[in-house]
Design a binder for this molecule. Structure first.
Ligand code: ZN
Length: 345
């Protein structure tokens, strides 16, 4: 009789569940308190016949132990769940995520690409380790041309017997123009952004690598006027609608005629200041009409087609826009410097 009661309670205890602290306390009172079910069994135990006392005693102990363990484990589970609830505060502000910033050269490069893209130029790319053929020969630098010395070049492989077989780090992105011209017939309208290398001592004003963007347009009847208009539009988009440009005669092996372009100083508005050395003008790029020799060397009929090309330094433009006085800042990865461009992103 008492054994049946114990078995029934044991089953009950094993199946206990609770959803809050009050329910657990109610269970404790029901089974384990002085007036609880198990103590009541202890009272009945006195009436158990002597020969059953051992068996019943063991069963009561088992029941008590099971009830204790079950209630304690429910309490633990509940407390853990409660603690986790405390951690989950949906109203709390999120941990701040540190956002990176684009490099100033990338910001300016993207801006320049955007301007020319809107004028119909598409992007072209080429290798940084180049052969002499594409860097110099097809760009109209004769084998003994002094211009080859103008650009101190990093050579990867040097062939004194045949300079056209030299392998080098490209010293300008014109090599991309050569590669596009030899594989594409006009109309060609491209810009080639990329890193270039020159064997120069690293100072505040010179570095052994920098970034260029060159542009090339080849079609029938392309004139110097077209070049001037495209560059004026570019300068005004980049430096503001009041920007003026002027072109000064210059020399490059791959263009004829060639020019250097200045813009009116955007700091003093052309009146003259320390930044423009009191001239009111700052130099921003080189340009010219593609030399017919270059077209022929790249397989384009110079009697049918003409074109213009221009090239600018991204560091130079970035300096003009943000007055970065030391070129080395661009490659030192100093986050204090880079963070200054957060708002420009
Ligand atoms: Zn000025």
């Amino acid at each position: 009789m008492i054994l049946d009661k114990i078995e029934k309670l044991l089953e009950e205890v094993k199946g206990l569940t609770a959803s809050n602290a009050e329910e657990i306390e109610a269970m404790r009172l029901k089974y384990l308190s002085k007036k609880g079910e198990i103590n009541a069994l202890m009272a009945d135990f006195r009436n158990v016949p002597a020969e059953q006392k051992k068996e019943v005693g063991i069963k009561i102990n088992e029941l008590k132990q099971t009830a204790l363990e079950r209630i304690n484990s429910l309490r633990e589970q509940f407390e853990t769940a409660e603690a986790q609830d405390d951690d989950l505060d949906l109203t709390r502000t999120a941990y701040p995520i540190e956002l990176g910033t684009r490099h100033p050269l990338t910001i300016v490069k993207n801006e320049i690409i955007n301007i020319f893209s809107r004028m119909g130029f598409t992007l072209a790319d080429g290798p940084e380790v180049e052969d002499d053929l594409h860097v110099f020969t097809k760009m109209n630098f004769a084998a003994d041309h002094p211009a080859r010395d103008m650009q101190d070049t990093f050579f990867v492989e040097s062939n004194p017997d045949d300079v056209t077989k030299n392998i080098l780090l490209r010293s300008h992105t014109s090599s991309v123009q050569a590669r596009v011209m030899e594989t594409t017939q006009p109309p060609i309208r491209i810009i080639c952004p990329g890193r270039v290398y020159r064997n120069e001592a690293i100072t505040a004003r010179a570095h052994c690598f920098f970034h260029q963007i060159e542009g090339l347009y080849i079609d029938k009847n392309v004139s110097f006027t077209d070049l001037k208009q495209v560059l004026l539009t570019f300068a005004r988009e980049l430096f503001g609608p009041d920007t003026k440009i002027r072109l000064r005669p210059s020399y490059f092996p791959f263009t004829e005629p060639s020019a250097e372009m200045d813009i009116s100083c955007h700091i003093c508005g052309g009146k003259g200041c320390g930044f423009c050395k009191h001239t009111g003008w700052v130099e921003i790029l080189g340009c010219g009409m593609v030399d017919p020799n270059v077209l022929e060397l790249c397989g384009i009929d110079s009697k049918v087609y003409s074109g213009y090309a221009f090239g600018l330094g991204v560091e130079r433009i970035t300096n003009l826009k943000y007055q970065v006085s030391d070129l080395r800042m661009f490659s030192e990865n100093d986050v204090r410097f880079l963070r200054e461009f957060e708002s420009a992103n």
